[in-house]
Ligand binder design. Structure first.
Ligand code: GLY
Length: 368
């Protein structure tokens, strides 16, 4: 088992990465569960596959689950669900010292974490992420949020979980497409700050996406270690260190906006394309050798993720994609910080990027 500490003043916690963590949840979660009834928020898929196993495990420590079901999909991160969830937690008598469990992907984790951040000004929660993307990214680091009509994740809070159980067995029931989308966030850690891990991904990426448990265990543990280091250094994204985790996200966000944040393009798929674009744009700016950008595109493409925006069937031009970026929540006093690359493993924050130039670059990429 990998036990990865997230070291934060007064709020440190552990991320456990292993098989059979749900089957043994009673041992790991017991110190946090003060009452016999345990509130668990779950999406339909996670409950179907892992609900009985979690209930059977918690029963061993004398706990009974109260379920709150959330429909799968981004639409569940809504004001409406936030109201229903917080009212439900109040009706169960959840107190500040209690813990709510989030069982599912990023949607469930983000919604539950945000509800817990505001319930009685903050109660505890435990993340049991059941997708690769949630295990390596959203369940760690305390970003919680809901979506609004204006955009994704615009209402939220930093609220750290007390424990994260990343049970890699849950990935065996994940559709291949979601596994690939999660893998984009794995290889991201190599591209942004760890050449040796990028090398490892080049050699082992297809084992990870193909379901090899040893490779998955290593990929998740190394990704979480990277994220834990970054979060410990810059918990609230104020120094520029945590912002590096947004590599590929600004380009990706524009593609997601253009495709309506729909099944047409999953978040991880957009991040994969976004990382290739960030690398190629770094080449255009004379910052990155073109061989490095080619290597990044090849590593991402060999896993089965798309690397060319011309493959998306978009009818818009680059200016329209750049316009989506003007609404990005990272926009700061009229400029949008971009994560660019000096080499594989050396990302940096550039505040000097012109969105007009990005629009022209995207036009070329759309025609390529
Ligand atoms: N997903 C980016 C972050 O946690 O900062």
């Amino acid at each position: 088992m990998a036990v990865i500490p997230v070291k934060l003043a007064g709020r440190s916690y552990q991320v456990l990465v292993d098989s059979a963590l749900i089957a043994n949840a009673h041992t790991h979660a017991q110190p946090f569960l003060r009452k016999s009834r345990v509130p668990v928020v779950a999406d339909a898929n996670a409950r179907q596959h892992w609900g009985d196993a979690l209930a059977a495990s918690l029963a061993k420590s004398g706990h009974e689950i109260e379920w709150f079901d959330v429909a799968s999909g981004e639409g569940s991160k809504s004001w409406d669900n936030l109201i229903k969830l917080t009212e439900w937690m109040l009706s169960l008598g959840v107190e500040r010292g209690d813990h709510v469990i989030a069982l599912g992907g990023g949607v469930v984790g983000d919604l539950t974490g945000f509800a817990c951040s505001i319930l009685k000004r903050g109660c505890g929660f435990i993340q049991i992420p059941t997708t690769l993307l949630a295990q390596v990214d959203s369940s760690v680091g305390g970003k919680t949020a809901i979506n609004t009509d204006t955009g994704k994740n615009l209402i939220g809070a930093f609220h750290q979980p007390s424990l994260v159980l990343a049970d890699i067995d849950t990935l065996s029931t994940l559709p291949k497409r979601e596994m690939l989308a999660g893998y984009a966030e794995v290889i991201k850690y190599g591209i942004l700050g760890d050449l040796a891990f990028f090398d490892w991904c080049e050699a082992n990426g297809t084992k990870v996406t193909g379901g090899d448990n040893a490779a998955i265990q290593e990929a998740v543990a190394r990704s979480v270690e990277a994220k834990a280091r970054i979060v410990a250094e810059d918990e609230r994204e104020t120094t520029g260190v945590r912002a590096l985790l947004n590599l590929g996200h600004t380009f990706g966000h524009a593609l997601e906006a253009e495709t309506g944040f729909s099944e047409r393009l999953l978040h991880g798929e957009a991040v994969a394309l976004g990382m290739v674009l960030a690398a190629r744009y770094s080449v255009r700016r004379g910052l990155l050798p073109s061989q490095d950008a080619d290597r990044i595109a090849a590593a991402i493409g060999s896993s089965g993720l798309r690397t060319e925006i011309s493959q998306l069937g978009l009818t818009c031009g680059g200016t329209r994609l750049a316009d989506h970026m003007r609404h990005d929540k990272k926009m700061d006093a009229g400029t949008l910080p971009f994560i660019l690359l000096r080499s594989i493993g050396a990302a940096f924050l550039d505040h000097e990027v012109s969105l007009d130039d990005v629009g022209a670059f995207l036009d070329e990429q759309l025609r390529a």
